[in-house]
Design a protein around this ligand. Structure first.
Ligand code: TPP
Length: 327
């Protein structure tokens, strides 16, 4: 079977199938969460990234355990890719003791230091100076690990974003800033919050490259990320990758997104990253109908087991609220 030709960073058929699996798993995880919210079973706000999976998979694929990621509210899939078990992630959303924070936060602020996952705060953009600080640590320790920090286009209008990019540029830090430009910051369309078309252009002011790419093309995201990783690992500093995409659901599951048209949504759904990649893989004869079916069934089983694990896990006790505290 062929590997992809004419690209710098080649992937084997097995790796391409693995990418396909991750796209399907992350989509299915969010879709199931969306249903569970409607059933009143989730104890957290849910901010699905349905439609944006190619960014998570393209940037996360091939990261090392020692590379750090700084995910956002919409990036639950990046936890899975970095090694959090689906049942643990689902428990986190159910606020169960088997979740990452043992049922003690609103689910979206947990990190896992052993896996290189930074626990984000709610303040938009606030993860970026911290991510730059992590990258500074890597530089000071003379490792070639890299930090991958995610943010929305809305967050790129916040002061913290500019401070972080400036510091990273001055220090030539090993960090990749990944903008998930899904066109809206809650109900605010991009043209009402930015006077330029591309967030990527902002990198130039801070002395490093920014590139705007099709964020629904998992291979484009992967290729750009691999280039940025190679530069960061060899001491050439940061890169900003702006991935143009669209979130299919509202800002969160309680938002019906009346501020956008059905036509706009339909247009973006026609650019769904998963069928595009499926057709591509079938054209390469890397994926057969049978393999596709097997992966769909495997994903359904993983999600069913994750929900079952979370549903049957114990709730935290009131006295658990005061354990694991720093004095
Ligand atoms: C500093 C700050 N301002 C406002 C908010 C409220 N808020 C939470 S998410 C959000 C929209 C975020 O948009 P964007 O950064 O584009 O990311 P997206 O949710 O679209 O992925 C807003 C305004 C916040 N959390 N922090």
């Amino acid at each position: 079977m062929p590997s992809i030709k004419r690209t710098k960073f080649k992937l084997s058929p097995e790796q391409l199938l693995e990418m396909f699996y991750w796209l399907k798993l992350i989509r299915a995880f969010d879709e199931r969460l969306s249903i569970l919210v409607k059933q009143g079973k989730v104890r957290s706000g849910v901010y699905t990234g349905i439609g944006q999976e190619a960014i998570i998979v393209g940037t996360g694929f091939g990261l090392r355990k020692d590379d750090y990621i700084c995910p956002l509210h919409r990036d639950l899939g990046s936890f899975l890719m970095k090694g959090v078990e689906p049942g643990v992630m689902m428990s986190q959303m159910f606020a169960k003791t088997t979740g990452l924070s043992k049922g003690r936060d609103s689910a979206l602020h947990s990190g896992v230091s052993d896996l290189g996952i930074f626990g984000n705060t709610s303040m938009l953009g606030a993860n970026l100076p911290v991510a730059a600080g992590l990258a500074l640590t890597y530089k000071m320790e003379h490792t070639d690990n890299v930090v991958v920090a995610y943010f929305g286009e809305g967050a790129s209008n916040v002061g913290d974003f500019h401070e972080a990019l400036n510091f990273a540029g001055v220090q030539r830090l090993p960090i990749i800033f990944v903008c998930e430009n899904n066109q809206y910051a809650y109900s605010v369309p991009i043209e009402k919050s930015m006077a330029i078309d591309d967030v990527a252009d902002r990198a130039e002011s801070y002395g490093f490259d920014g590139v705007a790419i099709n964020g629904n093309d998992v291979l484009a995201v992967y290729q750009s990320t691999q280039g940025a990783l190679a530069r960061a690992r060899s001491g050439e500093g940061p890169t900003l990758i702006e991935c143009k995409t669209y979130r299919w659901h509202g800002h969160s599951e309680h938002d019906k997104a009346f501020y956008r048209t059905n036509e706009e949504l339909a247009m973006w759904k026609s650019r769904d990253p998963i069928p595009t990649f499926t057709t591509y893989l079938k054209g390469l004869h890397v994926l057969s109908d049978q393999q596709e079916q097997d992966i769909v069934e495997r994903v359904a089983k993983v999600i069913d087991e994750a929900v079952e694990f979370a549903m049957s896990a114990p709730d935290p006790k009131p006295e658990d609220a005061v354990t694991d505290l720093y004095a």
